[in-house]
Write a protein that binds this ligand. Structure first.
Ligand SMILES: C[S@@+](CC[C@H](N)C(=O)[O-])C[C@H]1O[C@@H](n2cnc3c(N)ncnc32)[C@H](O)[C@@H]1O
Length: 213
């Protein structure tokens, strides 16, 4: 029977782990990096959803810079989307558009968010970040989709990102070389100014270079 069982996609496997955890926090499981040698000091719900401390940081960033439009790529179960919405609710204005391209994951996120009191602040789309069309200026962009396309999606939305806005690129630790290198190379190209926060999975906080003038 085991031999014939279809291999579960990573996202779907972690979705089941998320259900089993039932919201109980555990210590961060990502391996130590030179910049973050004690990841166990951080907490997580599951290894797809951003670290709790990073979610808290994003919500505080929302109340700090008061974005009118937040765009998130990679909703997974919508937990980070809800934290962004929590900040928007406190501000009393704005919306978050989040995209998830896996239809199974999207359906679960949709179900969760439909039942959430934060629903009025959220627009969830079953689309790829590389196809999604956004109207207007993006004040906060949270890039958290597939590691291989982060550079492509940041470049795709950059012309629409407020020069005084903020770009967050998750998983930019020295362990996830592709994403850290993508952030570095966009800085070297003169597109962004970047700071790397030493969190377990790494968070690049960036601004369009135009905003530095
Ligand atoms: C790390 S998880 C996102 C976690 C979520 N932001 C959170 O912290 O709660 C990445 C998600 O991106 C989705 N994804 C991958 N490539 C994508 C793309 N091109 N467009 C939209 N979603 C994508 C995956 O299916 C997965 O659910």
């Amino acid at each position: 029977m085991g031999l014939f069982r279809k291999k579960l996609k990573q996202e779907h496997k972690i979705m089941l782990q998320h259900d089993r955890a039932a919201g109980v926090l555990q210590s961060e499981l990502h391996r130590p990096t030179p910049e973050c040698p004690n990841p166990e000091h951080w907490s997580m719900i599951d290894s797809m959803t951003a670290e709790i401390e990073v979610l808290e940081f994003i919500a505080t960033l929302v109340t700090t810079i008061k974005p009118r439009l937040v765009v998130e790529t990679g909703s997974f179960l919508g937990v980070s989307t809800e934290w962004i919405a929590r900040g928007l609710e406190r501000n009393g204005f704005g919306k978050v558009i989040s995209c998830e391209f896996d239809p199974v994951v999207y359906a679960r996120a949709k179900e969760r968010l439909e039942a959430s009191p934060l629903k009025p602040w959220i627009e969830l789309r079953n689309q790829s970040s590389l196809e999604m069309k956004i109207e207007g200026t993006i004040d906060l962009f949270f890039s958290d989709s597939d590691p291989s396309i982060r550079e492509q999606e940041v470049k795709r939305f950059l012309p629409q990102i407020n020069p005084n806005g903020i770009i967050l690129i998750h998983d930019a630790s020295s362990h996830h070389k592709v994403i850290r290198e993508a952030a570095r190379s966009m800085e070297a190209e003169g597109l962004l100014s970047v700071v790397f926060l030493p969190t377990p999975r790494g968070l690049a906080v960036a601004q369009p270079r135009a905003g530095r003038s």
